[in-house]
Design a protein around this ligand. Structure first.
Ligand code: SAM
Length: 266
């Protein structure tokens, strides 16, 4: 499993070059993209298109080959299997007793985390947020209580909507947008989601993006949800009270709603 650069061609490790040169075949998502990388590093190894939707025969052929010789897997950019193909190949290789070796290197999620200034002792990588509004909110809701920095992959056209959803749900959490990492126009902005949404509405972002959200703050962690719910229930319905306390604490709205109903009828 060979990591390749996420923009800057210089981020190819010496070991990755040696392994790709010595491999019998390089399985890759797109032979044109990988072809450019191989050319830049003077590597002449044969390529074979592969992704996890490939017919089982393609995977079988690669795995048969891997018993005899080195088969390398790369993705278009970064680390294979991280929001990229490879999971099925690795799983089946291991099931068949074929040794799988990591040749580590660039990974946008890790690069974004390392420059964001957000807590890095615990993080949860959650891949791409869903495209549809409802599914996006559901996923964010599900992650509300995770006491860790959240790391997402994002695209320019969807960034503003995601930031607005985050602003709605977690107005107080620190958010970072790491864009075009390792490239000429690399930048990382950290601010509350609402400010970032306004900035990117005025300056539509180009290029590739990692979106990070800091963990729920100490205020939220220290909050007594029952006390906050009781206060909110004095002049609001259980559903509105749950929404308000969810916003303030980052606690899951459904859990709070159930608690609000119980408190109201107690
Ligand atoms: N496997 C790759 C890795 O290890 O980073 C990620 C592949 S995923 C299909 C592509 C997404 O990664 C992009 O949409 C973007 O969110 C993120 N990404 C890749 N390169 C990036 C870069 N140079 N700067 C910021 N984000 C990047």
């Amino acid at each position: 499993m060979v990591a390749t650069p996420i923009g800057n061609l210089g981020d190819m490790t010496i070991r990755a070059i040696d392994v790709l040169r010595a491999a019998h075949v390089i399985a890759c998502e797109d032979t044109r993209v990988t072809g450019r990388l191989l050319k830049a590093h003077g590597i002449a190894t044969r390529m074979q298109r592969y992704d996890d939707h490939a017919p089982p025969e393609t995977r079988d052929r690669l795995l048969d080959l891997a018993r005899e010789d080195a088969v390398a897997l790369v993705s278009d950019a970064g680390t294979p299997l991280v929001s990229d193909p490879g999971f099925r190949l690795v799983r089946e290789a291991r099931e068949r007793g074929i040794q799988v070796i990591a040749i580590p290197g660039a990974c946008a999620a890790i690069a974004g985390l390392t420059v964001s200034g957000l807590p890095s002792d615990r993080f949860l990588f959650a891949g791409f947020l869903p495209v549809k509004d409802k599914a996006r909110i559901d996923m964010l809701d599900e992650l509300s209580n995770v006491p860790a920095t959240l790391v997402f992959y994002e695209t320019g056209p969807r960034l503003e909507r995601s930031l607005r959803a985050i602003a709605e749900l977690w107005p107080d959490r620190e958010v970072a947008v790491a864009r075009e990492l390792t490239k000429l126009h690399e930048e990382c902005r950290t601010a509350p989601a609402e400010d970032l949404a306004q900035h990117y509405a005025a300056h539509p972002p180009k290029g590739e993006i990692v979106l990070l959200v800091g963990p729920p703050g100490e205020r939220a962690a220290a909050a007594d949800p029952d006390a906050l719910l009781r206060e909110a229930l004095a002049d609001e319905s259980p559903s509105k009270a749950a929404a308000r306390v969810a916003k303030a604490t980052g606690i899951d709205r459904q859990t709070l709603y159930a608690r609000a109903v119980a408190l109201k009828s107690a």
